[in-house]
Design a protein around this ligand. Sequence first.
Ligand code: TRP
Ligand code: SF4
Length: 398
Amino acid sequence: MKQRVLSGMRPTGALHLGHYHGALKNWVRMQDDFECFYFVADWHALTTHYEERGVMERYVYDMVIDWLAAGIDPERATIFMQSRLPEHAELFTLLAMGTPLGWLERVPTYKDQIDKLKDRDLATYGFLGYPLLQAADILIYKAAFVPVGEDQSSHVELTREVARRFNHLYGRETNFDELAKAVVKKMSKTDAKAFETARKTFQQSGGEELLAQTRALIDGSGALSASDRERLEGYLRGTGKAILHEPQALHTEVKKLPGLDGAKMSKSYGNGISMREEPAEVERKIKRMPTDPARVHRTDPGNPDVCPVWQFHLVYSDASTQAWAREGCTTAGIGCLDCKKPVIEAIQREQAPWRERAEQYLANPKQVHWILEVGTERARGVARATMRDVRAAMGLNY
Ligand code: TRP
Ligand code: SF4
C-alpha cells in the first residue's frame, strides 16, 4: 500500500515555468511512489482575493489543464476541487473551536503577507484562519506527506500541532491499551515483534525516521482495518487513538528557476514564460532577457554568476553545455545570443509534449470537468469517513 501525499495549489490561471520546476514537476514524479491527492485550493485564493468573482473559473481550468499537460495522470492521482467539498469547511470549523488565536497570529506568513500585500485589506477573519483551513485540507485525508515549498513549512508545523492537540483531547478511550494489544495480535508474528520493538524504542527516544518506518510496517500489515491501524499509530506514539495523522512536510530538492529579469518568476511581475507559451514567443522573450550588465560589447568578457541566463542553463543544460557557456562567457568566446540559443531550444523541447496534451483538453473542456468530478467524488469518500470519526470522537454523532 502506497503512502498518501496531499498538496494543493491556488488557482492563479495558466502556470509558468517557475511553477513547473518549483512544484509541479515534483507532483508528477511523486505519482510513481505515492497515492497522490492534488487539489485546487480555490477557497485559499479567496482568503486574499475575496472580491474577484469574475476570473476564478477560468483560473481554475487553465491551471488544471496545465497539471494534466505536465503529466498529472487522473488514472493514478486524485484531482479535485476544494470548494466542492464542504467537509473541509466542517473540519475547519470544528478545529477552530480549540485552536488558540496565538497559534495563528504567530504563523510567520501571516505578518509577512500583510506587509507584502499592502494594497489589500487582509485584516479579515478568513486570512488569519487560512493556515487552519490548510490544516483541515491535509488532516481530512490523513496524508502522510505534504510536498510544499519552504515558505509553507510553518503551515505543516501548525497542522501537526493541531492534530496532536485533537488526538490528545479526543483520542483516548479508557481501555485503549487493551484494545491496541488486541490489534497487535492480529499481525503476523514477525510484524508484531518488529512493531513492539519499534514502539519501545520510539517511546524512549523518538525519531521521525523510526516513526515513518513503523508506519510503513503498519500499512503493509495485511489483516488490519483502517481503524486498527489508527489505534496502532496511537499506541506507537503513546498518544491514544490517532484520529488525525500528523503529516510530514516533504521538501524535495528542486532547481529554482528565476524570472526573465532574475527576480522570482511571477505572473504579477510580468517576467515569466508560461508553460504553454508559443515557441516564437519563448524565443523572443529569451532573446530580450537582460544579461551581465557589465558585458556591453561582444568583446567584453562576462560573469555568468550575475546573469539570469546562467540560472536557466543550470536548469536546462547538461554539464557540457554549461561548461561551454561558462567558458565562452568568461573569455568572450561567445556572444550572449549564442549563449541563449541552447536555452531557447531546451525550453521549446520541454514544452512540446505539454502543448500537445493541453490541446486535447482545450478541445474538449467537458473532459476536464469530468476528471475533476471523478476526483472530487473519490476525495469525498475519504473526507466523509474522516468526518464520521471526528464527529464520533467529539461526541457529535447523535
Ligand atoms: N497554502 C498553499 C499555497 O498557498 C496551498 C494549499 C492549500 C496547500 N491547502 C494546502 C498546500 C494543503 C499543501 C497542502 O500555496
Ligand atoms: Fe549571460 Fe551567457 Fe551572456 Fe554570459 S554569455 S552574460 S552567461 S547570456
